[in-house]
Unconditional design. Structure first.
Length: 392
């Protein structure tokens, strides 16, 4: 159980609407490939580790065997190239008309954990759990995994995540219609940590550009790093927990923005030696412990503090998801003892979204919850939020 929770906990960090109207109308679907089937009892055996003491409740929730598939579809990269990407689709056997749930996975340091592989112990279990509960459940791989594994992953880049998620959902919609699969036309979104950030990015894009394609009913965002510009400031000026997995994620964000925003700085511009050389060699999979700001180049820190790093700060600010108006019921779930993705991400998102006019956003605080220990609360709160759509 602990191993499974750690797999789910290794997530942090991971929009602009598309200007191309073809995104909404051109066919996205390439193929849907049958992968296998899970019996309800097998899913129950695996899912009990996700919810701990709520195992008895889960036994009543899971009702269906599940058939699962790989979906291949067309999408675009952050530089506008059309590519083939993939995702997972899990369908309950014998269920009636049901809502579609899109679950956005968290940080994956290993490509083999992509949802469409349905690897035991990976986050694809969440799609099986939701499907066995009666939902139609999709789980996009994102660019950089599965069919698009040779592309760089746009880690924690809002548009780079949201556009492929929307295209995945359009492809799934095509498949449901072509196969006559019962769907009540409702869409639900959920994700934890990097998945929470991706979920909010997708929610913003769908509300802004795909409202005629999807009846988005609710969104559940757990422990996401929605306030990128604040985190940049905190992580430069204040000590962090210094864990290797945390630093990997923070380094990955910096490398991603350096590439996508064409800052074109060498690694040594941001990070001091010998860390810069190690990052050059191993990328985001580097094993570096210690407070994140202790890894940074002192010249970069000084330049940032003097207000000269405007291109860097603009890149981070461009990915903030804290001040926008949603019309959809939105649940934020976050542990207030989270040292990986600080709790302030959710409090500032709540405040910013309410200031923008959102009236249906709420925050469920997990008292004393860490990034890992709050996962169970997130899963159960998400199910309770979505359960009302079953049988609608």
């Amino acid at each position: 159980m602990r191993r499974l929770l750690i797999l789910f906990a290794l997530v942090i960090y991971g929009c602009k609407p598309s200007d191309d109207p073809k995104t909404q109308h051109e066919p996205r679907l390439i193929s849907v490939t049958y992968v296998g089937e899970y019996k309800k009892a097998d899913i129950l055996s695996q899912a009990s580790g996700l919810v701990g003491s709520a195992g008895a409740l889960v036994a009543n929730i899971l009702r269906y065997d599940v058939k699962y598939y790989k979906v291949s579809y067309k999408t675009t990269t952050t530089d506008g190239r059309e590519i083939v990407a993939s995702g997972a689709l899990a369908l309950p056997s014998g269920a009636g008309s049901a809502p579609l749930v899109s679950i956005q996975h968290g940080t994956l340091f290993n490509e083999s954990d992509a949802p469409s592989y349905f690897k035991p112990g990976s986050e694809s279990l969440l799609s099986l759990f939701m499907a066995s509960s009666g939902f139609l459940a999709g789980m996009p791989d994102y660019v950089g995994y599965g069919d698009s594994r040779n592309e760089p992953h746009p880690y924690e880049h809002a548009q780079g995540l949201a556009v492929p998620i929307a295209d995945f959902l359009l492809a799934v919609k095509e498949h449901l219609g072509a196969e006559g699969i019962k769907w009540n036309n409702e869409l639900l979104l959920a994700g934890y940590s990097a998945g929470g950030y991706a979920t909010m990015a997708a929610q913003k894009l769908i509300e802004g550009s795909y409202s005629s394609d999807f009846k988005l009913k609710a969104s559940s965002c757990g422990a996401g790093a929605y306030n990128k510009s604040l985190l940049l400031d905190k992580f430069i000026k204040e000590p962090t927990a210094g864990e290797v997995a945390h630093n990997r994620s923070y380094i990955w964000v910096m490398l991603t923005y350096n590439r996508i925003y064409k800052l074109n700085q060498p690694v040594s511009y941001f990070f001091r030696e010998p860390y810069a050389t190690q990052i050059e060699k191993d990328g985001y999979k580097v094993n570096l412990s210690g407070s994140f700001n202790s890894l940074l180049n002192p010249d970069f820190i000084a330049s940032y503090k003097s207000g000269k790093e405007t291109r860097v700060t603009d890149a981070f600010r461009d990915n903030d998801l804290i001040h926008w108006k949603t019309r959809v019921t939105t649940l934020l779930v976050h542990g207030d003892a989270d040292t990986y993705v600080p709790y302030v991400n959710s409090t500032s998102a709540l405040e910013g979204m309410q200031q923008a006019g959102s009236t249906s956003v709420s925050l469920q605080t997990v008292k004393g919850g860490t990034h890992e220990s709050s996962i169970q609360d997130f899963i159960l709160q998400t199910y309770l939020l979505f359960a009302g759509s079953l049988g609608a």
